[in-house]
Design a protein around this ligand. Structure first.
Ligand code: SF4
Length: 95
């Protein structure tokens, strides 16, 4: 499930630099997450980095973009073709 940023965003920008997939950009009023790029940090970290750093709890799961771990891995491979997903890789699903 990709994440989304709610209206609680205060546009501090803390999340943008932490995203391993460059999925976060500044929108017209608040920051936004591209669901085509968000892998819930699967393959990089065992928890969502944007959620971890957001001071206003504005990065939340988007029920309109539900995905399995395998679907997120497939997306991650497309975004990061040089990354090795064989064997162990960080994932919120494994913790
Ligand atoms: Fe980026 Fe991870 Fe947040 Fe998705 S969950 S937008 S991949 S930092």
């Amino acid at each position: 499930m990709a994440l989304k940023i709610t209206d609680d965003c205060i546009s501090c920008g803390a999340c943008e630099a932490e995203c391993p997939n460059s999925a976060i950009t500044q929108g017209d009023e608040i920051f936004v997450i591209d669901p085509e790029k968000c892998t819930e940090c699967v393959g990089f970290f065992d928890e969502e980095q944007c959620t971890s750093v957001c001071p206003s709890d504005a990065c939340v799961a988007d029920p309109d973009h539900q995905e399995t771990e395998q679907e997120l891995v497939t997306k991650g491979k497309r975004l990061n073709p040089d990354k090795d997903y064989s064997g162990h890789y960080p994932s919120k699903f494994k913790s």
